[in-house]
Design a binder for this molecule. Structure first.
Ligand code: UD1
Ligand code: CA
Length: 450
């Protein structure tokens, strides 16, 4: 049967105390809704998100995640059943409807698959909590079939003690869901149309509603910043587990943040306070020291990224040494056996094999040949106030300290630039260029002054 996923995301999220739509709260470097959509896409192509509060901001965000995702408007947020009803014109009798909640972001595709394998017309994902506060309590017949869900606000003292709760996630035949939605009333303490009332309505008609128990770590919701923070801790733990399973050595699994996808070879190690964002690929035996940020980077075998370095949209070859305190910006391509030292910034720059920039430099829009040595304080003056220009330095060259290379400029192979030079003209291969004021000595000048 075809699966149609409906994600509820119209709520205001008053308890989150935020100006953003609740489902756009950040978790592991993405929004809550982005997590839910990414997971939903693994099991269904047909996805509708119910939007309401700040719907335009949310719709733009959803279109950025995937333009194929449909949205349905819920202009007044009258409850979760009302939200689903906003998509009822899109629900077909011959499809199964998977309901996901936009504020339950860590659900795994494996758990969703388990739900899909259920042979019942309606299956709920539930969890067992020692402290079930805030969740809808599931009343069962003792054999895993649900009879009713009672919301916290409407529950009696005895019902409040029930530890099996609804996760918000369920799978139901479209043919059952549509008519049942029409029967849900809002006579409860919140005056809302609760989707959870579906259970009593259907079980009353003899429908067997199966409960599948989920691991709470995957299905906790985030209604406020405390819960959101709990999810961040859970996500960090899950991501660290994946890194360890790949064979990466972690010095402290509670102090590494993965905000994207990491692929690594063998014998890599990651020290504390490292953030890995976007697509990060590490070769074999890569060492990432403490307090490093890697964002969409590729790092070759045996390279070491020293502490406090920040690398973004860049590639580093093998056997390199980067940092400490290096800033490797977008479009940087570093060859093999190269070295970038402290306080060196690179952008849109190629550094050849064995090239070095050991201290304090800005290398932007530059092409630096193999084995060239860039001295401390070298600046490629790539910007004239309007346009950017290129600097090219051939292989085996030597740029003396504190040189300004005013682009566009070409420095040949095997060339030397004297320390403190301002280079405005091209330097031929093997030449020495010196462009600085001549030193003047005035003997006994200081003595005569006194
Ligand atoms: C809901 C469930 C509760 C369950 C819990 C799991 C209901 C009535 N209760 O409670 O049984 O244990 O989730 O996390 O369903 N939303 C809309 N439109 C609305 C109202 C809500 O789209 O009119 C969306 C929200 O944006 C949110 C989701 O539905 O993503 C859940 O709403 P929320 O108010 O957070 O429900 P809970 O009180 O957490
Ligand atoms: Ca919620």
């Amino acid at each position: 049967m075809n699966i149609h996923t409906i994600i509820l995301a119209a709520g205001k999220g008053t308890r989150m105390n935020t100006n953003l739509p609740k489902v756009m709260q950040p978790l592991g470097g993405q929004t809550l809704i982005s997590h839910v959509i990414q997971t939903a896409k693994e099991s269904s192509e047909n996805i509708t998100v119910i939007v309401g509060h700040q719907k335009n901001i949310l719709k733009t965000h959803i279109a950025n995640i995937d333009p194929n995702i449909k949205t349905a408007d819920q202009d007044d947020q009258l409850g979760t059943a009302h939200a689903v009803k906003m998509a009822s014109h899109l629900i077909k009798d011959d499809e199964k409807i998977l309901i996901l909640y936009g504020d339950v972001p860590l659900i795994s595709s494996k758990t969703i698959e388990g739900l899909m394998n259920s042979e019942h017309e309606c299956t709920l994902l539930t969890m067992q909590l020692n402290d079930p506060t805030g969740y809808g309590r599931v009343i069962t017949n003792g054999q895993n079939l649900a009879l009713k869900i009672i919301e916290q606000k409407d529950a009696s003292d005895d019902e409040l003690k029930i530890e099996e709760v609804f996760t918000g996630i369920l799978l139901i035949d479209g043919s059952l869901l549509r008519p049942a939605l029409e029967e849900i009333k809002n006579q409860n303490s919140a005056n809302e149309y609760y989707l959870t009332d579906l259970v009593e309505i259907l079980s009353g008609k003899g429908v067997k509603i199966k409960c599948i128990h989920a691991n709470p770590a995957e299905v906790l919701g985030a209604n406020n910043k405390h819960e959101l923070h709990e999810l961040e801790l859970i996500l960090r733990k899950m991501s660290a587990k994946k890194l360890l399973e790949q064979g990466i050595t972690l010095i402290d699994k509670t102090r590494v943040d993965v905000r994207g996808k990491v692929v690594a070879g063998k014998d890599c190690s990651i020290d504390v306070n490292v953030i890995l964002e976007g697509d990060v690929t590490l070769g074999n035996n890569v060492t990432i020291k403490s307090n490093v940020v890697l964002q969409d980077v590729l790092i070759g075998d045996n390279s070491i990224i020293e502490s406090f370095s920040h690398l973004s949209s860049a590639s580093v070859g093998s056997n390199c040494n980067i940092g400490p305190y290096a800033r490797i910006r977008e479009g940087t391509e570093i060859g093999d056996n190269a070295k970038i030292g402290n306080f060196v910034e690179t952008k849109k720059t190629k550094l050849g094999d064995g090239a070095k920039a050991n201290h304090l430099a800005y290398l932007g829009d530059a092409n630096i040949g193999d084995k060239t040595n860039v001295g401390a304080g070298t600046i490629t003056c790539n910007y004239d106030g309007i346009n950017k220009h290129k600097t090219s330095i051939g292989e085996d060259s030597f740029i003396g300290t504190n040189s300004s290379l005013v682009a566009p400029v070409n420095i040949g192979k095997g060339a030397y630039v004297g320390a403190g030079s301002v280079i405005t003209k091209d330097v031929p291969d093997n030449a020495l260029a010196v462009g600085r004021g001549k030193q003047v000595i005035k003997e006994d000048w200081a003595k005569n002054k006194k």
